[in-house]
Ligand binder design. Sequence first.
Ligand SMILES: NC(=O)c1ccc[n+]([C@@H]2O[C@H](COP(=O)([O-])OP(=O)(O)OC[C@H]3O[C@@H](n4cnc5c(N)ncnc54)[C@H](O)[C@@H]3O)[C@@H](O)[C@H]2O)c1
Ligand SMILES: O=C(O)C(=O)C[C@]1(C(=O)O)C=C[C@@H](O)C=C1
Length: 362
Amino acid sequence: MIKITIFGVGLIGGSLALCFKGKPGVTVVGHSNNPASVEKYLKRDVVDHATTSMEEAVRDADYIFLCTPVGTIRQYLHLLSDMPLKPGCIITDAGSTKASIVEAGSQLKRKDVHFIGGHPMAGKEKSGVEAATSLLFENAFYVLTPDTDTPQDAYDRLAKLLEWTKARIVKLDPKLHDGVVGAISHLPHIIAVALVNQIEHYNESNELFGDLASGGFRDITRIASSDPVMWRDILLDNKSVLLNLLKDWNAEIAGFIEMIESGDGQGIEQAFQKANHFRSSLPERRKGVIHSFYDIYVDVPDHPGIIGQIATLLGNCRINLSNIQIIESREDIPGVLRLSFSEESHMDKALELLKKDYAVYV
Ligand SMILES: NC(=O)c1ccc[n+]([C@@H]2O[C@H](COP(=O)([O-])OP(=O)(O)OC[C@H]3O[C@@H](n4cnc5c(N)ncnc54)[C@H](O)[C@@H]3O)[C@@H](O)[C@H]2O)c1
Ligand SMILES: O=C(O)C(=O)C[C@]1(C(=O)O)C=C[C@@H](O)C=C1
């Protein structure tokens, strides 16, 4: 029997648990200090066993996943140093930063267990086990950061186990990871939160700001609803990288101030063209439930059952829809829907079909 123990059975820990649970010869154990959480994991059928006892959770474990907030992962590594672990046990984590965690992992006092840092590049703004899904990591990158001491056999065993997530494994240096992920994940979260707070401030004196906020604002600020504790830990941990990135960000914004002040229309156009070009060149690689390859947008009238009608219409024509999302609504009435398809041909068929009755755009 392969025993996989998970600390922090939330969005990421719970999704990993769901990827492993029920696989041949596997038993998944969840740990929480809180008895009510232990009950919840069992009730939701995310793990095979759950316990509040750390000793029981790690006893004979073949793999230990640390999926708590970044600050806590280092504390767990410290605690695990002094616990009886099965020789050959692989400890890994899911933290969004890697350098300081890998450093803490390298200081594990024991040589018969191996720490390999990990970071699945998939998530959502919702947290907790309630948001967990076995499809979260499908086609996403999953970074592993073995160090020079990591035996090849331990790395291979972990990479093999992670095949059940259907993610694509990439090996990275922890510092390089923090630099790149700081730019493409941590910085955008700061920008989204700062923007929402700026608008919230204006909204205090005039609620029109919130009322009129539509597609553009919602698209760029989805991630501002992410978990505060998780992000506190990430930003403080990736301090030096983020301070440099924020300086560059200030320079970008200063560029816009200058162009607007001086009426430099050509400069503004060029900035949008450059951004459009780079963004369009990004590979559309993520699939699964969260990300689809092909999206279309539909303006919908405000009458009851409209979402069901559209889904039925597509279903009757054997068009496979992977997701429907209300991206803009007026007082709870859908305004714009985003329909996601995993195949281009299905998106094209849906476009043809829907444009007869609705305003549809890509
Ligand atoms: N949310 C994402 O998009 C995402 C993506 C990739 C990696 N990560 C990383 O994965 C980890 C978990 O994130 P998540 O989104 O699953 O968060 P989550 O809030 O959904 O889950 C965190 C879990 O850790 C537990 N926990 C919180 N504080 C704890 C403490 N002090 N001691 C013990 N347990 C504690 C919570 O009860 C919960 O079960 C974080 O390190 C995060 O940086 C998150
Ligand atoms: O899709 C989201 O909501 C996410 O924020 C996921 C996201 C990201 O920034 O892409 C967030 C943090 C993680 O460490 C990895 C992925």
